[in-house]
Design a protein around this ligand. Structure first.
Ligand code: ITT
Length: 194
């Protein structure tokens, strides 16, 4: 089965290829780099599930292939669940991880250690050419520390310590992160339903 992977985020591509290779080895993933003139899908919905479905439907429309996509982000307790669906562009439209992390640290500067809870959330969607759709969710709870640590992963990983761990998710190996992550949980459930 050939499936389009509709994401431009290189960090996600690496994670999803690895998660899907072990959870669904029969699925042949086609990346967006193999598709000419693929337009970026505007993420106009206010929910992770809504945006994941928009991206997956666009993939079917442009390629005719079954398409999987995710929409994910960080929900910080002290920010009432923000940056949420705005996570990629929190410091502006450039989608700059370092700027996003710096802004988040500034915003939480006066928040005490006991109140720095947060979770990563992922909605994973698959849409088939015949119109069938499936969307599932995964979460990874944890907390935000005061300075970045670690070089693995992407996005907010250097600031996020998963519940029950001492290291940030940027200090975990890819296998360790995928085993507990929002994206790992959501995609393992997604492929069990296809
Ligand atoms: P696509 O829409 O092309 O998939 P994107 O980066 O715009 O790429 P999202 O809209 O889903 O993807 O935004 C996700 C953002 O949330 C991402 O850029 C990070 O800032 C953050 N994020 C999500 N999952 C993360 C993870 O596992 N580790 C660190 N940050 C993560």
């Amino acid at each position: 089965m050939r499936v389009l992977l509709a994401t431009r985020n290189a960090g996600k591509v690496d994670e999803l290829r690895q998660i899907l290779a072990s959870a669904a080895p029969e699925v042949e993933l086609v990346g967006l780099d193999a598709v000419e003139d693929y337009p970026e899908t505007p993420e106009t919905e206010l929910t992770f599930a809504g945006n994941a479905l928009l991206k997956a439907r666009d993939g079917v429309k442009h390629t005719g292939l079954a398409t999987i996509a995710d929409d994910s982000g960080l929900a910080v307790d002290a920010l009432n669940g923000m940056p949420g669906v705005l996570s990629a562009r929190w410091a502006g439209s450039a989608k700059d991880d370092a700027a996003n992390n710096a802004l988040l640290l500034d915003q939480l500067a006066d928040v005490p250690d006991g109140s720095r809870g947060a979770k990563f959330v992922c909605a994973a969607a698959i849409v088939w050419p015949d119109g069938r759709e499936l969307v599932v969710h995964g979460e990874m709870p944890g907390r935000i520390i005061r300075a970045p640590k670690g070089d693995n992963g992407f996005g907010y990983d250097p600031l996020f310590v998963p519940e029950g761990r001492e290291e940030t998710s940027a200090e975990l190996s890819a296998e360790e992160k995928n085993a507990i992550s929002h994206r790992g949980k959501a995609f393992r459930e997604l492929v069990s339903g296809i």
